[in-house]
Design a binder for this molecule. Sequence first.
Ligand code: PMP
Length: 413
Amino acid sequence: MTSSNATHSAAHEATYEFTAPFRAPQGSPIRELFKYVGRPGMISFAGGYPSKDLFDREGLGRALEAAYRDDPIACLQYGDTAGAPRLRQSLARLMAARGVRCEADDIMVTTGSQQGFDLLLRTLIAPGDTALIEEPAYPAAIQALRLAGANIVTVRTDRDGIDVQALAAQLDAWSEANKPKLLYTVPTFANPTGATLPRVRREALVRLAAAHRIVLVEDDPYGELRFSGESVPPMLALAEQCPGARDWIVYFGSLSKIVAPGLRIGWAVAPAAIARRMIVAKQTSDLCTAPLAQETARHYLDSGSLEPHLRSIVGAYRSRCEALLNALTHFAPHDVRFAAPEGGMFVWARLAGGRDAGEILKRAIEQNVMFVPGVAFYVREPDVCSLRLSFAAPSEAEAFEGARRLASALSQG
Ligand code: PMP
């Protein structure tokens, strides 16, 4: 930016009457780190990106060609705001495979699941309304709540996710008039902790949400990326056992982590009254999710390519995760403590001796290795010793070298 532009910007800052959340907005703390990712030789444990080596380029190329060849007009014309009917059918089958009773009409396609959450907030949260979120939490969910002007209240987690007993006590303390409107959680292979909420806690959480009439937001982009342990049904599936509970769950799915984020295909399964309003909100957001991407996704899902692709990426993520954990244990046994995840993309770790992960990151970047300091995942009072390492992108050899560099950065601190 030139200095005259900078002067201009300063004048404009003072000139416009921005809404409260946009007066001094903070951008995504993780996106701030991206400027270092492209540096030659950098090994990044920072992004939540799928590995570029693991995309099914041929399969997606075939799906794109088939979509255009079979029905070019469906690809080129505006489409239904709720999503392309045939994709909604394919996604309903995918949800059935996850144990959820679901028709095409119950599915709303969104431009990434991130958009789904934003649309939901537009329908439910007015400035000042209370929203609950697990902590540590996915930063873009915190950011969306901040921009919606929500009164954000955090919910305690342990190594298995939300502490449901603590939450129950927290909820009992609220009066009906000012109770929270929603609770956001990533119950399977959480971002950032990798934690998975056990079945009994899921059942208790579903009952709690229904009893207190709070919308339970189940964000599930990572659920299919399980490489060890027993699979646990989504809360939306478990809600069938609890009369009326499905009316209190909004589920978000995404093809970003299991197929490709560039498609920008996500979906929501929401109670009809909520879905109807989210569709109205989407009409003013993007009219419809890109039809070319929707048709490509539909051909990809219907071709049967997803299952073998999932087997291949889950195998690769298992090896990469093991490589990272082994290397951390080897190089920094006394400096870093971590919990081994059963799937997903993330390892949540803590530095021993009260060390600040943000300070260590500066030295790590000099050594050409990166991670995300835990501060990014907290609403108010961060645990500065915590950090998130993603094992999705680096190869096994890079994970090993990255852990060695990290240990070297730690040894200088
Ligand atoms: N939820 C969580 C927990 C995520 O980690 C991400 C992506 N990092 C998203 C939602 C957004 O995914 P999408 O690409 O579908 O918008």
